[in-house]
Each structure stands twice: as structure tokens, then as C-alpha cells.
Design a protein around this ligand. Sequence first.
Ligand code: DGT
Ligand code: MG
Ligand code: MG
Ligand code: MG
Ligand code: MG
Length: 245
Amino acid sequence: MAKSKFEYVRSFETDDTCLRNCYIVVRLDGRNFHKFAEQHQFAKPNDDRALGLMSRSARSVIEELEDITIAYGQSDEFSFVFKRTTTWFKRRASKLMTHVASQFSSSYVFYWKEFFGEQPLLYPPGFDGRVVLYPTNHNLRDYLSWRQADCHINNLYNTVFWTLIQKGGLTTTQAEDRLKGTLASDKNEILFSEFDTNYNNESAVHRKGTTLIWEKVRYSGVIKSAQFLQISVEDIPSMCPTSSV
Ligand code: DGT
Ligand code: MG
Ligand code: MG
Ligand code: MG
Ligand code: MG
């Protein structure tokens, strides 16, 4: 095809190819979900409908897009790990990130009814995305551990905070004051001695977040099936230090 005089504008496009040999991680996070959760009456501290919808949307991402080996989600965020050798979209960061974000967002709306029933979706939700490259298995494992530690810290705080309010009759300000300067052990102790609650028996989805990995299912050949697991990052089978995903 003959080149037009406009062709030169292509040279304004910048190269955003991800470095070879690195894991490509795309992390999405809900835009202003503080407000979204309020307006859609999410249960506090954890709404299982909302968490279920997040995981369902993540499953749609890993089933529809190529070369994602692990996904990890908690709260209003989900991380997707592409295998190091992926050549999908020539490893272009913007293509990978926008495909993940748009597939996730459209799935969130598409599957809303399956989780929220007749409760209407009041406005279109959005998700931001970022791309981070990790060169080693160790770095990738630490990344996932970091997100899981974030889940744990927030969930422990939120669990005690809302228990003090919902069962202890405190106001939000009183609960905040009560928790100021407390360590994890203090929070566990409040739950145990005042509310007869052992934090370790709380739902694993809430304490650990959700990990999605592929599992080989064998019947008439090998079919891949995405599995939701509530596991510690250390237990992700394919993440042992010597393997490369
Ligand atoms: P951003 O990400 O800067 O646009 O702002 P936010 O408001 O999305 O802030 P972020 O992502 O740091 O925090 C997530 C918010 O989502 C947080 O305010 C609590 C809310 N949220 C997430 N999951 C649940 C849930 O299961 N129940 C309730 N009640 N709120 C939730
Ligand atoms: Mg934020
Ligand atoms: Mg957010
Ligand atoms: Mg968030
Ligand atoms: Mg096109």
C-alpha cells in the first residue's frame, strides 16, 4: 500500500516494550471504591458479593487473554502475572494493561447481576491499571507476599474496627481511638477476649485474598481449568524458587 504524507505521525508513538525475561505484572484497582462501596451498600468489612464479582471478572481476564499464569486479588484490586516468555502483543505494556483493564471492567458490569441480583448497578465503575516488571522468581514471590500482607493488615484492622462498632456498640471515633497504636497481637486479643472470636477462624477469602491459578484437569485429553484458591503465597505450587512459570 502506498504511503500517504500523513504516515510520519506514526513515529510519534513511543516504544513501551517490556524488558525480556521479566515477569509482567498488571495490577488493577477500583476507582474511588470507597464511594462505590457506600453507594452500593457493601457489607462491612467484607462483602462476599463484591469479592465474588471481583474474582469472577478476574477469571474472565485469565480465560480470555493469553499467557496469564497467576492472578491475586483482595479488596478492590487484582494483580495478573504474565509468564516471563510471553510475546503477546509484542510485550507492549500499554496493550497488555489496557486489555486487562477493559476485559475486567466489562466483566464486572456483565456479571454484576449474578452476584447482586436485583440490586441495580448505579453507575459504570472504572479501574486503573499499572505495569510492573519483576526479573526473578524471588522478586515476584515478594510482590505477591506484599499484596497478601496488605490484605492481612487491612483485614485484621477492619475486622476489629467493625466488631467494636457492630458488636461492641462503639462509635467510629471511639473504635479509632481504641485501636490507635495497637499491634496485631493486641487486635487478636481484643477479638478473642472481648468478642470470643479467634481471628484465624475467620473466612480465608477475607484473611488471605484469592489466588487464581491454572489446574490441569484430565478427561479425554488435557483441559486447563482456572481454580480459585484461598492459600498463602508461599503455597502457590508453581512458585517454588527454582521453577520458572
Ligand atoms: P482510589 O483507588 O485511589 O481510586 O480510591 P479507593 O476509594 O478505591 O481506595 P482504595 O483502593 O485504597 O481502597 C478500597 C476501598 O474499597 C476502601 O475504601 C474499602 C472499599 N472496599 C473494598 N472492598 C470492600 C468490601 O468488601 N466492603 C466494603 N464495605 N468496602 C470495600
Ligand atoms: Mg488508592
Ligand atoms: Mg481503589
Ligand atoms: Mg484498593
Ligand atoms: Mg484493532
